[in-house]
Design a binder for this molecule. Structure first.
Ligand SMILES: Cc1cc2nc3c(=O)[nH]c(=O)nc-3n(C[C@H](O)[C@H](O)[C@H](O)COP(=O)(O)OP(=O)(O)OC[C@H]3O[C@@H](n4cnc5c(N)ncnc54)[C@H](O)[C@@H]3O)c2cc1C
Length: 308
């Protein structure tokens, strides 16, 4: 693997592609756990992106796209291949009337605030989600009664198997509750939304309310991946975890938050294995005590799983 990585690096590194070897993924994820990546490549334009995915394939290095790492649990062994990140060249926002074109690396809160200031409503909820626009589409992120599907017009998607860059509409994306038709072979490079004219002051006030609610109800001062489980129909995962008596439950450096039972927070000495074991313990205990089997929302990338 080592020589494969060196050959890969020699082929890819350049002005628009920055490559590091052995970077701990704990640095790139909000849970702050996860071992080293064989290579982390940050690309700044489409040519570098294409070069990187072709070279990863040529050298047999599995690809993992990482946005802002806010919904990822990577193992302590790290990632044996290429972690692909979209850099500054994929940031930014263009407004044209009510149409918003955002780079996939643009943070969702920044899109929320910029569009609010421009007098556009419909994306204030994005201020609550610390992900990138690309990760937001892949997960169909949502909050406060709205989600990506509500305003999305197209996502520009690179299929790494074919090298094709095409616009996907809502039908093809098939956005569901924290799901989409995107898999490990897809890289979202840009997203187009249609928002609605609104009073800038009112949308900014809505963002303030959302942020205050979050600070009060969620342990934002500690590392986490947000909600660990999706809500089962008709109830909330947090309520079931609380009912099962698991608030404050610990394994190693991972803890079920005492403020919000659907959050797992980590200490500085936490390992990914602690988080994984706590997730398994929560699933088992909630199933035993309430009869409901919780479905993890957090993504656990696995080289053997092509849909990771
Ligand atoms: C404090 C906190 C609060 C949160 N609150 C919410 C919430 O209210 N609602 C909600 O839905 N989520 C929430 N989340 C979870 C997370 O922010 C979302 O799932 C977000 O959409 C993930 O985006 P990301 O860029 O961080 O993706 P990552 O975590 O980096 O990746 C997640 C998945 O998306 C893929 N991916 C990332 N970027 C791309 C891309 N450009 N193209 C293709 N695939 C890509 C990855 O391969 C992976 O499969 C919260 C997280 C935290 C830490």
């Amino acid at each position: 693997m080592g020589s494969g990585v060196e050959a890969f690096r020699a082929e890819v590194a350049g002005a628009s592609a920055h490559v590091t070897v052995g970077t701990p993924l704990a640095r790139l994820t909000t849970l702050r756990v996860g071992g080293p990546a064989a290579a982390v490549v940050t690309v700044d334009d489409e040519a570098a992106l294409q070069r990187t995915v072709v070279a990863a394939h040529t050298h047999g290095l599995p690809l993992l796209v990482v946005g802002r790492g806010s919904n990822l649990l990577v193992g302590d062994d790290g990632w044996p291949g290429v972690v692909l990140r979209l850099g500054e060249g994929f940031r930014g926002l263009r407004l044209d009337g009510t149409t918003v074109r955002a780079g996939a690396a643009e943070p969702m809160p920044s899109v929320a605030v910029t569009t609010a200031r421009a007098g556009l409503g419909g994306f204030a909820w994005g201020a609550a989600v610390p992900g990138s626009m690309g990760g937001g589409v892949r997960m169909n992120a949502g909050a406060h009664g709205a989600d990506m599907a509500d305003t999305l017009v197209t996502a520009t998607v690179l299929d790494v198997r074919t090298g094709e860059l095409t616009d996907w509409g809502p039908d093809r994306l098939a956005l569901g509750y924290r799901t989409s038709a995107l898999d490990a072979a897809h890289v979202v490079t840009a997203v187009t939304l249609t928002l609605t004219p609104a009073d800038a002051g009112e949308v900014l006030a809505e963002i303030d309310r959302i942020r205050t609610w979050r600070r009060t109800h969620q342990p934002l001062e500690r590392p986490s991946c947000g909600s660990v489980f999706t809500n089962p129909p008709g109830t909330s995962a947090g309520a079931l975890i609380e009912e099962a008596g698991l608030k404050g439950q610990r394994i190693g450096g991972a803890e079920v938050s005492t403020r919000h039972a659907n959050f797992i927070v980590t200490d500085t000495d936490a390992r990914a294995a602690d988080v994984a074991a706590l997730i398994d313990h929560v699933v088992r205990t909630v199933a035993e005590r309430t009869g409901t089997v919780l479905r993890p929302e957090v993504v656990r990338p696995d080289v053997a799983d092509p849909t990771r």
